[in-house]
Design a protein around this ligand. Structure first.
Ligand SMILES: [Zn+2]
Ligand SMILES: [Zn+2]
Length: 402
């Protein structure tokens, strides 16, 4: 979307003619709390997907289940026009809830600690409102499993979520406790990081702690590898490129007086793309092998790419920014919100243009617990804003294509 001089223009919403029923706040809260009490981990979302499929069928959508194992895909075909996809993730985390609330998780060791319960509630409310309206195009709703383990989006795409009709644009949101309720963070470009995982095994030679010269100590080698991997960020990365390396697990040994024969490390590399993203697998391998060899040990490196950076399309971001400004006001739409966290919505946005926005969900004036923490909770007022944002984005996108 460009102005006469080629500068980006935020679209005006004057042409929106679709009439929408008002947001049902009570239904949003009730659905979110119901889901919150019954959290399910990635690819185990049986109750959640059954509930979603039943609600969508009642509304009159054509519903496919088992799309990407436990995913649900709902479709409403328009006579003409383009096809827009909304994506809501639905999995919970292996976290024990520490909140004392009436809607506390009923399942020990599992919790909706990232807000995906809210995403599903929003998705269902958007589905209800849009089904009641005339739409100049087709709509798909993808309720996606297993975002937290990064495999759900790929699984849904493999099972045809973007085909028949072909999806032209995709939108999604994350409820975001780093922002106060009433604000929306949206910007073009990379806003969430690539996620790579590495696992390293160091094979040394065990022996007596009092006779290290008879051993090849993998604990010492592991310590050097941790330092070496940190040096990738400080010495091998262009400082103008964002990058994080975190070693998060280190297992070795079982006794104070025995040098073990092996050590295992695990960790993650995060980037917004660029050279460090390209070279990270090789750098981790070389650093590990070089250090292990220097100490006379061998090492095995398993390196996996989980998600690519999430990149928002410029045109679609302008469209969503216009919608967001209409809902919360120009000054409450914030550019520059990015995170080194990952999001497998990136798989959808690598295939079709679209945008992923952060909807503020921290109660204003109060400190909010971070995502994935046992005291995570959201300000439920944010559900209303999320539902408005996605509903009106769909309408604006389909209307603007005529
Ligand atoms: Zn999460
Ligand atoms: Zn999440």
């Amino acid at each position: 979307m460009r102005g006469v001089r080629g500068e980006p223009v935020v679209p005006q919403l004057a042409r929106v003619t679709v009439t929408l029923p008002p947001v049902d706040r009570a239904a949003l809260v009730a659905t979110r709390r119901d889901l919150h009490q019954h959290p399910e981990l990635g690819f185990e979302e049986q109750r959640t997907s059954t509930l979603i499929a039943e609600r969508l069928r009642q509304l009159g959508y054509a519903v496919r289940t088992a799309v990407g194992k436990t995913g649900v895909l709902a479709q409403r075909d328009g006579a003409a026009g383009r096809c827009v996809l909304l994506r809501a993730d639905m999995d919970a985390l292996p976290v024990e809830e520490a909140n004392d609330v009436p809607y506390r998780s009923k399942h020990p060791g599992r919790m909706h600690a990232c807000g995906h319960d809210g995403h599903v509630a929003i998705g269902l409310e958007v589905a209800r409102r849009l089904h009641a309206a005339y739409l100049p195009g087709s709509l798909k709703l993808a309720f996606q499993p297993a975002e937290e383990i990064s495999y759900g989006a790929e699984a849904m795409i493999r099972d045809g979520a973007l085909d028949g009709p072909t999806v032209d644009a995709a939108f999604g949101i994350h409820l975001w406790n780093d922002l106060p309720t009433g604000t929306i963070g949206v910007m073009p470009g990379a806003v969430m990081a690539s996620v790579d995982e590495f696992e390293i095994t160091i094979l040394g030679r065990g022996g007596h702690a009092a006779a290290p010269h008879q051993t090849t100590d993998p604990v010492l080698i592991a310590a050097h590898i941790v330092t070496g991997l940190q040096s990738l960020v400080s010495r091998r990365r262009n400082p103008f490129e964002e990058g994080v390396v975190s070693v998060t697990q280190l297992n070795a040994g079982h006794a104070f007086n025995v040098i073990p024969g092996r050590a295992e490390l695990r960790g993650t590399v995060r980037t917004f793309g660029g050279q460090f993203f390209e070279h990270a697998p090789r750098l981790v391998e070389q650093t590990t092998q070089g250090i292990a060899a220097a100490f006379g040990a061998t090492a095995e490196v398993r390196y996996r790419r989980l998600t690519a950076p999430l990149v928002n399309d410029e045109r679609m971001t302008l469209l969503m920014t216009g919608v967001a400004r209409n809902i919360v006001g120009r000054e409450r739409v914030i550019a520059g919100v990015r995170t080194m966290g990952g999001e497998d919505m990136s798989f959808f946005l690598a295939k079709v243009p679209g945008t992923f926005a952060f909807v503020g969900s921290a109660p204003p004036g109060k400190p909010a617990s971070p995502h994935h923490s046992p005291t995570f909770d959201i300000d439920e007022e944010a559900l209303v804003i999320g539902a408005e944002l996605l509903t009106r984005t769909v309408v604006e996108y389909l209307e603007s294509g005529r």
